[in-house]
Design a protein around this ligand. Sequence first.
Ligand code: UD1
Ligand code: CA
Length: 481
Amino acid sequence: MTNVEMDPPARTAGLVLAGGQGKRMGSAGPKVLMRLLGEPMLYYIYQALASVIPEEAIWTVVGHKREHVEEAFPQYAARFIHQQSQLGTGHALLCAHPHLQESGVTHCLVVNGDVPLLSNRALLELKRQGLSRQADVAFLTMRPSDPTGYGRVLRGEQGFVERIVEEKDLHPSQGHVDEVNAGIYWIDLQRTAPYLERMDQDNAQGEYYLPQLVELVAADGGRAAAVCDEEGGRELLGVNRPQELVRNEEQLRRRIVDYWLDRDVILRNPDQARIGPRAQLEPGCELTGPLEIYGASRIEAWARVDSHVLIADSAIGEEAWIRNFSHLEGAEVMRSARVGPYARLRQAAVLEPESRAGNFVEVKKAVLGPGSKANHLAYIGDASVGSGANIGAGCITCNYDGRAKHRTTIGDGAFIGSNTSLVAPLEIGARAVVGAGSTISKSVPEAFLAVARARQRNLERKVSKREKDDGNTGQTGRKDS
Ligand code: UD1
Ligand code: CA
């Protein structure tokens, strides 16, 4: 064969079908945005596809509440195809077909958006077999222990695929079929184009079925190939009902936990640890379940996270200690800092080395400098605290005046007494002291003492005759002047 006669290398696009509503899930939003370990289902689909196909060749059919999908995945939104009314998976492919052909690809991997455990291994195997068998259409099949809900794969006498029958269209005479369609296809765009137009809605659900393509190709003597994925086990299971979402999530959870245990993370009570796929854990960090770690979180070596803690999109430094029942979102806890028990760190809360946010302390958009402490019952919002400062119990930064947020700056070594209100905008100088119970609304210069509370008066009160007779008035002190 000369170079001229050789087929051009197959250029493959990816297509995610994400237009459906997922009625059986009972979710208000699109099913593909329902979360597993903190990430939307589509995240996992894109991960698998992007390891096989370049991001700029991945298309998505969206329909039901598509603006939510767009918002969640802006990096893919340039190749979103709008399916105005959801007339079925076949219709979704019809909508996408002209876009795919125009983009110059020859083949397409089509993936149902509700198969979150899908691996790139399965996708590569489908692509490999699709190419080597020169299939017009190839698709992944599996033999789950319970085939309920899936399209059944019917083969002819010689074992060749004839068609896929949806469960709702299954006739009792077709008997028990255990091989089912996994909803992942490899399609030769040009060769299947004429068949796409012949799909109809003549079935129990009145929808265009993508699987009908298999039947049309096979009946016409074309090449339809079923690729049975025996190895994958349960990774091709779809999510159509809440219990399937939970089951898939549990499988994923176990996989992630085992991965970290293998990498020398000390993970106690692993059965109750929920760790998202984007979390990064260093060997030697020590975690105790039940706990949840989601998003782009990172936990360094020798950090310790106790049970009943939630950490999302947060970084925990070496030797930091997050004690029980703390809640961290978008926070950064640096080396040897301590948090909780029962602390709440919200977005952009930064605890610099060896600082401390103790029980019932809330920190938001604030930096606690090295060695500074807020040990009990405080709210520190929109603030920056220098090093070695002490924030007393019940100190509140009053950062919001009903219209705008204002900042509080607290200098190095400042001492803020208990139960103080710091009315922002405000600057407390280095080494300044604020008396307990003060409401501070003017800045305090460096090393000054500020006290802003009513002077205490002890007044003699009128004593009733009975108290006098009983002789227990308790008034032995001196009257105020
Ligand atoms: C589909 C297959 C079935 C297979 C199963 C595997 C069809 C008709 N049936 O059934 O053979 O065994 O997957 O999991 O395809 N979607 C759209 N637009 C639509 C309809 C659906 O984009 O108009 C998307 C959905 O968002 C979903 C995917 O296509 O991500 C599959 O749709 P779904 O309704 O879940 O199909 P199944 O009934 O599970
Ligand atoms: Ca499905």
